[in-house]
Design a protein around this ligand. Structure first.
Ligand code: GLN
Length: 491
C-alpha cells in the first residue's frame, strides 16, 4: 500500500473524489507505513482509532458530496498543539500525561475541513531547539542519509517530527510551529516545504506557548501546492487570540502556478555570511536565475541590521519563554514532585520536569527581565527588533515583492554531532530565519537542490505582511525548476 502514501494530497483528493480508494483505505495505508517507520521516532503518540473513525466520517461526507477542503487527509499534529482528549506534552516531562479537554483553533479548523489525525509528532521540548534533540521522547531521524553512509541525521528542529514524518510519507501533511525557524529549517533539512505565515494569520489559541510575540502555526507538506492547500484551512481569525488578524483568507492554492512576471525579488547582501558553504551560495544564485527566467526582476537589497537579529532573538525569545513557562508549577498541569513546602515543591517539580535547554532559556529570560538588566538587554533587544522590522519595510516600500535567501547555512547534520558544540553554534542554524519572526513576516522554505553529499538544500522566500500568495507563486517557480526531492525508503 506504499503507493497510496506516495501521492500528494492534491493527487489523493482527486482519487478520493473519483472513488478510486476510500479515505479509510488511504488512512489505513498510512497507519501501516507508520508502524514500519517506528524506528524514525517521528510520532510520540499514534492515534489509529481516532484516525479510522474520522476517515469513515470522511467517506460518508464524500459519499454525500459534502467533502471539505482537507477531506480524508492523513494529518500529523505537532505535539505542541492541544488535541481534545489526546495527550499533549510539548515533548516535555513537565506536562506528564496532560490531556487537554479542548482542541487548538488551528487543528479544529483542519478537522472541520475533513482532516484525519494520525497521531502526535515529536518536537524539541517546548519548541526550543534546531535539531529536535531536546525532546523528552528522543530525537526523530531524518529519512535522508548522506551518500554511502548510514549515519543517522537530524530532521531539524523544533518541528523535527513533522518534517521527518512528511518526508518519510508517514503523514500527508503536518502542523508545525515557527518561533525562529522551526518550520522552515526542518523542512529545509528534509526536502519538504514549510510555511511560516504572517504573525496573526493563524490563531495561537490552544498551542503551547514558547515566545508569544514570535510563535506562528504553519504547515509542512510534500510540495508547494499541498502547503497552500493546508494553509487555506489553518489560517483564519479567532477572537480568542488577541493578536489574530481579522482579514479574509485568500485562495492560496490559486496562487500556485500564478505568473511571477514583473515581480521584483530582492537578494539581501547581508545574508552572504562568513563561512557560507559554496554549494549554498550556488543554490542561491541558481534560484535567482530561475526566478529571472520566469520573468521576475532580481535586485540587490540591504537589510543592514541582520547581524543583530540572532543576539536580539536570543534575548526576546527566552524572556517571553521564562514568563510563559512560569505556569508549570506542579499545580496546574502534569507532573508534580513533592517537597517540604510549596516553594520546594515548585523547585523540585521544575528541576525534574524541564530539560537543560529549557532551563537555560528560563534562566537567560529571568536575567534579561530582572530589574537591574531590563533596560540593558530586554529593552535594547526590542529596539533592535524595531530596526530589523524597519529594514524590511524600507525594502518593500521600494517596490520589492519578495526576498530570496538561503533557508539554512548547511544541510542536515548528524544526530549527536553538535553535542559538544556550544549552544551558540546550534543557535547559528537560525541565522536566516529569525529575522522573519522578529519582523512578523511570512516566509516559505522550498527545496532547491541536493548537497554534494546527497542531502536536500532549500531556499527561503520572505514576503510582505499577509502576502503569502506571492510566496506560493515564487516558491512554485523554484520547485518546478528543480523538481521534487524524495528520500529512498530504507527504514
Ligand atoms: N531554533 C530556534 C530556537 O531554539 C527556533 C525554535 C522555533 O522556531 N521554535 O529558539
Amino acid at each position: 500500500m506504499t503507493e497510496l502514501c506516495d501521492l500528494t494530497f492534491a493527487e489523493a483528493r482527486k482519487a478520493l473524489a473519483a472513488k478510486e480508494f476510500s479515505a479509510v483505505e488511504l488512512n489505513k495505508a498510512y497507519l501501516e507505513a507508520m508502524e514500519a517507520a517506528r524506528g524514525l521516532n517521528a510520532y510520540v503518540l499514534e492515534t489509529p482509532e481516532i484516525a479510522l473513525e474520522r476517515a469513515a466520517e470522511s467517506d460518508a461526507r464524500i459519499a454525500r458530496g459534502e467533502a471539505g477542503a482537507l477531506e480524508g487527509l492523513p494529518l500529523g499534529v505537532k505535539d505542541l498543539y492541544c488535541t481534545e482528549g489526546v495527550r499533549t506534552t510539548a515533548c516535555s516531562k513537565i506536562l506528564g500525561d496532560f490531556t487537554p479537554p479542548y482542541e487548538s483553533h488551528v487543528t479544529s479548523l483542519m478537522r472541520s475541513a475533513g482532516a484525519v489525525m494520525l497521531g502526535k509528532l515529536n518536537n524539541d521540548e517546548f519548541a526550543m531547539g534546531s535539531s529536535n534533540e531536546t525532546s523528552a521522547f528522543g530525537t526523530p531521524v531524518n529519512p535522508w542519509r548522506r551518500k554511502g553512509s548510514d549515519a543517522k541525521l537530524v530532521a531539524g528542529g523544533s518541528s523535527g517530527g513533522s518534517s521527518a514524518a512528511v518526508a518519510a510519507r508517514i503523514c500527508l501533511g503536518a502542523t508545525a510551529t515557527d518561533t525562529g525557524g522551526s518550520i522552515r529549517q526542518p523542512a529545509a533539512f528534509t526536502g519538504t516545504v514549510g510555511v511560516k505565515p504572517t504573525y496573526g494569520r493563524c490563531s495561537r489559541w490552544g498551542i503551547v506557548a514558547f515566545a508569544s510575540s514570535l510563535d506562528q502555526a504553519g504547515p509542512i507538506a510534500r510540495d508547494v501546492r499541498d502547503a497552500a492547500i493546508l494553509m487555506g484551512s489553518m489560517a483564519g481569525y479567532d477572537k480568542r487570540d488577541s493578536t489574530s488578524v481579522d482579514t479574509p483568507v485568500p485562495d492560496y492554492e490559486a496562487a500556485v502556478g500564478r505568473s511571477v512576471k514583473g515581480l521584483r525579488i530582492g537578494v539581501p547582501k547581508e545574508y552572504r555570511v562568513d563561512g557560507m558553504p559554496a554549494e549554498i551560495e550556488k543554490l542561491w544564485s541558481q534560484g535567482a536565475e530561475q526566478l529571472k527566467a520566469a520573468g521576475a526582476e532580481i535586485v540587490e537589497v540591504s537589510l543592514p541590521h541582520t547581524k543583530y537579529a540572532l543576539p536580539a532573538y536570543y534575548i526576546v525569545a527566552p524572556a517571553e519563554a521564562s514568563s510563559n513557562l512560569a505556569r508549570y508549577d506542579g499545580v496546574r498541569y502534569g507532573a508534580r514532585v513533592a517537597g517540604r513546602d510549596i516553594t520546594e515543591m515548585y523547585e523540585n517539580t521544575r528541576a525534574a520536569g524541564f530539560g537543560s535547554e529549557v532551563r537555560r532559556r528560563i534562566m537567560i529570560g529571568a536575567y534579561v527581565l530582572s530589574a537591574g538588566y531590563y533596560d540593558a538587554y530586554y529593552v535594547r533587544a526590542q529596539k533592535v527588533r524595531t530596526l530589523i522590522k524597519q529594514d524590511f519595510e524600507t525594502v518593500f516600500a521600494a517596490g520589492v515583492d519578495a526576498i530570496l535567501t538561503p533557508a539554512t547555512p548547511s544541510a542536515a547534520f548528524g544526530v549527536g554531532e553538535m553535542a559538544n558544540a556550544s549552544p551558540v553554534e546550534m543557535y547559528l542554524n537560525d541565522v536566516f530565519t529569525v529575522t522573519v519572526n522578529m519582523a512578523g513576516l511570512p516566509g516559505v522554505s522550498v527545496p532547491a537542490g541536493l548537497s554534494a553529499e546527497g542531502l536536500p538544500l532549500a531556499l527561503q522566500l520572505i514576503g510582505r505582511p499577509f502576502d503569502e500568495e506571492t510566496l506560493f507563486a515564487t516558491a512554485a517557480v523554484i520547485e518546478d525548476a528543480n523538481g521534487r526531492f524524495t528520500a529512498d525508503r530504507w527504514w
